[in-house]
Design a protein around this ligand. Structure first.
Ligand SMILES: [Ca+2]
Ligand SMILES: [Ca+2]
Length: 954
């Protein structure tokens, strides 16, 4: 534990905040504008830059061949941290920054954990978030484990860019094949090798034959597949790009559909090449005739932040108290959020622009206060966004001739169709435009401007109690500095009080934050009475009141006491609207718990659903068991509340990866919606999982050479999932905005089917098979489905492509539960099976009250008989007792009463690596056991009497 703790202190600070949108473009077969960012915690080392270049250069050639001369890496920007020394070669970044990094080169989460991986938490075919390489990996020090770095880069690139998944599966390393053999999960099956157990006793290590586990009818967990070092097989890169002969992806011809790989589970049993061929990249390109040019690199070093506020003061700002609300949030930003060392200027505009403050270097509170006194005080006149932005360029150029990488926080409250006049100039300027749009009628073209320059955009409604301004400004922290200097938002809340004058609440300060904690209160009419108590019940002093701006604030100097702080506001008039915002800075040396929120898309057309994501991590480790609530506000201020779940069902792709997700479908009106996410963790309920990340290159277990195994197995990184309990915490973040169109005037009856079941699991148990899955709902993952349809087949393709004609299993006894509950169903396969059926495939669809049917679930496979082991393993089988259990004559279903409501259960697990398979000690039902050898020797294959001759359908 001591080691774990101390190493955690060394954890890298995750720089990615806010929604990450890659800036990569594909142009004439070449990928452009890839950003590889070196984390500031990586010690200065110029050779690392050369090694990154070598990696990408060799990856480009490998990628070109693997994609049939279709894609290569054309240009890459390497972001060098500010704490590395200057070099004339290093340019100032334009739109490139850490928030858009495609590849992070950052220290490992734990010393020695150098596994390369891709952060990907969406569905098949969707893009991943970033690739993580450690400095030692890039330096080539991990070649024995992962092979050449360029090849690994291509493996990770396929995850990141095309949303394909791994074709190995350490949780399910073996399966029962059609040819009655146990096979290693791999693609293609042409990859040859041996299955062995590496066994060490008192320092003596030997390779033993694999044994069969009678519970699973597969090899025991310690058995591993050791590929031949020399072989001819060319596919697949998503299995093991480290095998020298592997230069291709598995395609429709050589794809191994039977293997329980994540690729098969997530991509509907399609090959990686089929998925890649279906991508936009592929459809928009033709193979090249000539060889591609070598990759070009730009070196960029981040430096001080330059920000200019460009604030609308037109007559549009006069209504709904907008000007004052903007000033409150802008003051908060200037007093608290903007980092020391930054340069800040202020421009206000109506039909012309007015410089309110030239660029000021922020070194302490004097500059902050002075800037906050320069905000516009009167709202009148027309609106000219271009004059505002151009004047901001002028303000920046006075101090810095190059405006590359400068940020403009553009706040607008109305339409201005002349904005296109300066669109091109702004996009070419190298500045980043962050947009905060107020009210329903703000100029849509500016969103485009903001996206094109790599900025974020936020929408603020006129519902004061939703505190939209504060959330939007609060999210505009720097993406390029160490988290230790950043401000996190712990609370952002508002209330319109009518009868009851009180607004009471609590804020949790955890030990990873608490520096310079700032309590900020606003009102609409009269200053309320404000009281604040620390966790010991000691009342804090007076708040500083700014009556003109209708706000009051209090800084807790130094470090605020860890625990629950209580505030109480009493309104003096009725009605009154009050808001409370609490921010705090990170305490050095411990990575803070960080919440990022986003939607899967910025624009959406009805009736497609939007997926809301909240990612909660400490360092790069997922934080589990958090109560996560999304508030989605439409342009007229109606708010929809959703609980986000990390249960691996519905919209959530992976269980327990610290990404909490949910479908959003209850649109009320066309237009802009803003997202705010609140995360609350309870002490001893929230945990940090040390689980190894998914989606990454497989480490080489060792090679088979001339029938012997070479090299020590590298399973040194034990994937024991230690769960560290955490203290209580709270966070509130803005997730930006999205726009919905094409909502019909009159509501349609029912357009949403139940979501696809993606976590169907099957465990053989005696003569029965126990199925479990998470219940979908009437509309994706909300409500309750009407019924389930369960079908089985001997052929995976028959089940996938012709589900409706496959053999049904009666499941009508099962009354569906509320969405996100655990469903369990037990059935006995019985006499439907042919004598030589070695395994069956099972899938489920669900049907809602309007008879809308879900997509087919993931397909699970159950081995029914002991498959043939390798001939070399014959000696092992004599001691293997096998449970021959398929004796019952009919297909019957029974409902298992036990159920767990998942949505409210915090999943605390002490999980071993293999979760999906039953423990060998699980209950045995006493059905006849046979000696395997007596059967196998009698017939060569297993013949069990009592089965009908053919697989029946219907
Ligand atoms: Ca998840
Ligand atoms: Ca429905």
């Amino acid at each position: 534990m001591g080691l774990f703790r101390s190493s955690l202190y060394l954890l890298i600070l995750c720089l990615l905040q806010g929604s990450n949108t890659s800036l990569i473009q594909l142009n004439n077969n070449g990928y452009e504008d890839i950003i590889i960012a070196i984390n500031p915690l990586v010690p200065e080392d110029e050779t690392l830059i050369e090694q990154i270049k070598d990696m990408v250069t060799s990856a480009s050639t490998y990628l070109f061949e693997a994609t049939e001369k279709r894609f290569f890496f054309k240009n890459v920007s390497i972001l060098i941290p500010e704490n590395w020394k200057e070099n004339p070669q290093y340019k100032r970044p334009k739109h490139e920054n850490y928030k858009h990094a495609d590849v992070l080169v950052a220290p490992p989460t734990f010393p020695g954990r150098d596994q390369p991986y891709t952060r990907h938490f969406a569905a098949c075919e969707e893009k991943g978030k970033y690739i993580h390489f450690t400095p030692d990996f890039v330096r080539g020090k991990k070649q024995n484990e992962y092979g050449p770095t360029g090849r690994v880069f291509v493996h990770e690139w396929a995850h990141l860019r095309w949303g394909v998944f791994d074709e190995y599966n350490e949780d399910e390393p073996f399966y029962s094949s059609k040819s009655k053999k146990i096979e290693a999960t791999r693609c293609s099956t042409g990859i040859s090798g041996m299955n062995k157990v590496y066994h060490c006793q008192q320092g003596n290590c030997i390779y033993k034959n694999c044994r069969i586990d009678p519970q699973t009818n597969l090899y025991t967990k310690d058995c591993q597949f050791f590929p031949n070092k020399v072989q001819k097989e060319k596919a697949s890169i998503m299995f093991m790009q480290s095998i020298y002969s592997i230069v291709e992806f598995c395609n429709a011809k050589n794809h191994n559909r039977e293997a329980p790989s994540l690729q098969n589970k997530k991509c509907n049993s399609r090959s990686t090449w089929e998925v890649i061929s279906n991508s936009e990249d592929f459809k928009n390109s033709m193979p090249m005739v000539e060889s591609p040019p070598p990759t070009a690199f730009s070196l960029m070093r981040t430096s001080h932040r330059v920000v200019c506020l460009v604030l609308d003061k037109s007559e549009n700002m006069a209504s709904f108290n907008r000007l004052n609300r903007m000033n409150q949030a802008a003051k908060h930003f200037l007093l608290q959020t903007i980092e020391n060392g930054s340069w800040v200027g202020i421009v206000a505009f109506d039909s012309t622009a007015h410089i309110k403050s030239k660029l000021t270097h922020i070194t302490g509170s004097n500059e902050r206060i002075k800037l906050s006194e320069s905000l516009p005080t009167e709202a009148s006149g027309g609106i000219s966004i271009c004059s505002g932005v151009k004047t901001a360029f002028q303000v920046i150029r006075e101090k810095f001739p190059q405006i590359d990488g400068s940020e403009i926080i553009l706040l607008i409250a109305g339409e201005d169709n002349t904005v296109r006049n300066c669109m091109e100039e702004v996009i070419q300027s190298g500045a980043i435009i962050h947009l905060i749009a107020i009210g329903p009628s703000s100029e849509p073209a500016v969103i485009e401007m903001s996206s094109m320059t790599g900025g974020t955009h936020h929408y603020v409604s006129d519902q004061v109690q939703n505190n939209g301004f504060m959330s939007a400004f609060g999210s505009l922290t720097s993406g390029n500095i160490d988290l230790s200097q950043q401000t996190l938002q712990l609370e952002s809340k508002g209330l319109t009080l009518t009868k009851d004058p009180w607004m009471n609440g609590t804020v949790i300060i955890d030990s990873t934050v608490g520096k310079d904690t700032f309590f900020f209160v606003t009102w609409d009419k009269q200053p309320p009475r404000i009281s604040l108590w620390d966790p010991n019940g000691r009342q804090m002093g007076e708040f500083t009141e700014d009556k003109d701006s209708k706000m009051a604030y209090l800084t807790i100097p130094g470090f605020a006491k860890v625990g629950i702080w209580t505030y109480s506001l009493q309104a003096k008039v009725n009605p009154e609207t009050l808001t409370v915002t609490v921010t705090s800075q990170v305490v050095n040396s411990v990575p803070p718990i960080i919440v990022n929120a986003k939607m899967n898309k910025d624009t959406n057309s009805f009736p497609a659903p939007v997926i809301v994501y909240a990612e909660i991590q400490q360092g790069y480790l997922p934080v589990l068991g958090v109560n996560v609530t999304a508030f989605i506000e439409s342009k007229s201020g109606e708010t929809e509340v959703l609980d986000l779940l990390d249960n691996g069902a519905g919209a959530d792709s992976f269980k327990n990866d610290g990404v909490y997700s949910r479908y959003f479908t209850t649109y009320k009106e066309n237009g802009r919606y803003s997202l705010k996410v609140q995360a609350q963790g309870g002490a001893n309920i929230v945990t940090r999982s040390s689980q190894r990340p998914r989606n990454g290159a497989l480490s080489i277990p060792g090679w088979t050479v001339d029938g012997k195994i070479e090299g020590k197995p590298s399973r040194s990184e034990i994937n024991e999932d230690t769960q560290t309990t955490l203290e209580s915490f709270s966070r509130t973040v803005s997730g930006g905005e999205f726009v919905v169109s094409n909502i019909p005037k009159f509501p349609l009856s029912d357009v949403y089917p139940p979501s696809q079941i993606t976590d169907l699991d099957a465990k053989p148990d005696g003569d029965q098979i126990t199925l479990t899955w998470t219940a979908p709902g009437d509309n994706f993952d909300v409500g309750k489905v009407q019924r389930y349809v369960l079908r089985i087949s001997e052929s995976i393709l028959a089940l996938r492509d012709n589900f409706d004609t496959a053999l049904p299993v009666t499941i009508t006894d099962l009354l569906p539960k509320e969405a996100n509950s655990k469903e369990t169903f037990v059935f006995t396969p019985g006499k439907i099976l042919e004598e030589n059926v070695t395994r069956i495939f099972i899938a489920i669809k669900s049907v809602d009250k309007s008879n809308l049917t879900s997509k087919i679930s993931n397909i699970v496979q159950v081995p029914l008989f002991i498959p043939q082991a390798d001939p070399s393993l014959e000696e092992n089988r004599h001691n293997t007792r096998v449970n021959i259990s398929i004796l019952v004559l009919s297909v019957t279903g029974s409902v298992v009463v036990v159920s767990i409501i998942l949505s409210t259960t915090i999943y605390i697990l002490k999980k071993k690596k293999n979760e999906s398979r039953p423990a060998t000690s699980s209950i045995h039902d006493g059905v006849s056991d046979f000696k395997m050898d007596s059967i196998a020797e009698a017939s060569g294959v297993l013949h069990i009497t009592g089965f009908a001759p053919a697989l029946k359908t219907g």
